[in-house]
Ligand binder design. Structure first.
Ligand SMILES: Cc1cc2nc3c(=O)[nH]c(=O)nc-3n(C[C@H](O)[C@H](O)[C@H](O)COP(=O)(O)OP(=O)(O)OC[C@H]3O[C@@H](n4cnc5c(N)ncnc54)[C@H](O)[C@@H]3O)c2cc1C
Length: 337
């Protein structure tokens, strides 16, 4: 059990915010977590850090950071139709997607290039292009940092929702997710329900498409729209798409007949936050060294040296505009620390 002091977190968050962890421990195994628990160290203020692609540091972390590096994956079962894969938390998500599509297994192809680690994927039930983690996840294992033991959660127990799970609400900061068990199809049915993806394959016979074609196309579309954090610092979508009631939607349509929306159920509709932000003229706007990306209004970018507070101030100004103009509260997707 090695505890490093005053550890620089700048390379460990995709915003590249300068922050120090007072203490940091690299976690390679469940045994490491058990040792920390036995030594009473998990009673400290804890932050679990994976790839740092969904985190905004607003200062130094005055506690113990657990850096997730639990590598490894294995096929635990398979039959004619499915393969069951156990993947440890430290594996890089895009590498897992590549591995699955190289094998021709279906389920992850629409979620190509989400630049996080496997252990963080259940936290906000990652999703893209019409697919979500919850569609393939059977169960996960997590270390309970209060009771000092490993527990298993079945899919339904994770209470997955749009960019959320029980680990973002009731069990926030309690469990270190150590592995996931997913079920991938050997006879994939492609999901082209997301319009930009369907449009990209408009003139191609869908019967001839493979999961690899889909993941390549998703990567292509993403790269054309989203800034890569290596080139322009960001943490992906900063805001969640808000849900409104039918009554609220009708009021909005009265004022903005062109407002896009998607029906979730009879009384719930999702509005693209990017549209709201663009309508309030934030798209492409820069304030100091931070700004709203020119191609994707959901993404806040850091052009040069800036603090987490600079980013948060911009986000709050965007939120205020949306509230004033549309009476909608935008929620943050990024975890502010
Ligand atoms: C360019 C870009 C594009 C993106 N596109 C998408 C997208 O299409 N869809 C999408 O859903 N997200 C997207 N994201 C956001 C992000 O990549 C995902 O949310 C990813 O799952 C975060 O993984 P991470 O390893 O970086 O987690 P971190 O940022 O390190 O952590 C995120 C949160 O999870 C917690 N956490 C991390 N690991 C564990 C663990 N093992 N156990 C318990 N808690 C843990 C952390 O404490 C923190 O609260 C994008 C980000 C970027 C930069």
């Amino acid at each position: 059990m090695i505890i490093k002091e005053d550890f620089c977190l700048t390379p460990f968050n995709t915003f590249g915010i300068e922050a120090i962890a007072y203490e940091l421990s690299i976690i390679n195994s469940i045994k490491n977590l058990q040792e920390l628990f036995n030594a009473g160290l998990l009673k400290k203020k804890i932050l679990i850090l994976s790839k740092g692609s969904n985190i905004l540091f607003t200062g130094n972390f005055e506690g113990l950071v657990l850096l997730n590096q639990i590598w490894g994956k294995e096929i635990v079962d398979e039959d004619d139709e499915f393969v069951y894969l156990k993947v440890n938390a430290g594996e890089f998500w895009p590498a897992l997607v590549d591995f699955s599509v190289e094998n021709g297994w279906g389920g992850l192809e629409n979620m190509a290039e989400i630049p996080g680690k496997v252990g963080a994927a259940p936290i906000q039930n990652i999703g893209a292009y019409g697919s979500e983690l919850k569609d393939v996840l059977i169960s996960l294992k997590a270390f309970d940092m209060v009771e000092g033991r490993t527990v298993e959660f079945q899919n339904h127990e994770c209470k997955f929702g749009y960019r959320t799970s029980i680990f973002k609400s009731k069990y926030k900061n309690r469990f270190f997710i150590t592995s996931i068990l997913i079920k991938l199809s050997k006879n994939p049915k492609l999901n082209l329900s997301y319009k930009p993806l369907a449009d990209a394959f408009l003139n191609i016979d869908n019967e001839s498409l493979t999961v690899k074609d889909v993941s390549k196309k998703v990567a292509e579309i993403r790269n054309s729209k989203l800034p890569h954090p290596d080139k322009l610092k960001n943490a992906g979508s900063f805001f969640k798409n808000p849900y409104v009631s039918e009554e609220q939607l009708n009021t909005l349509i009265g004022s903005y007949p062109d407002i896009p929306y998607y029906k979730i159920n009879n009384d719930l509709f999702k509005i693209p936050a990017a549209w709201l932000i663009e309508k309030c003229n934030w798209k492409g706007k820069r304030i100091g060294n931070v700004g709203v990306h020119k191609n994707q209004a959901l993404v806040i970018v850091k052009y040069d040296k800036a603090t987490g507070h600079d980013i948060l101030n911009l986000a709050n100004s965007v939120k205020k505009s949306i509230l004033t103009n549309f009476n909608i509260h935008l929620e943050l997707e990024v975890n502010v620390v």
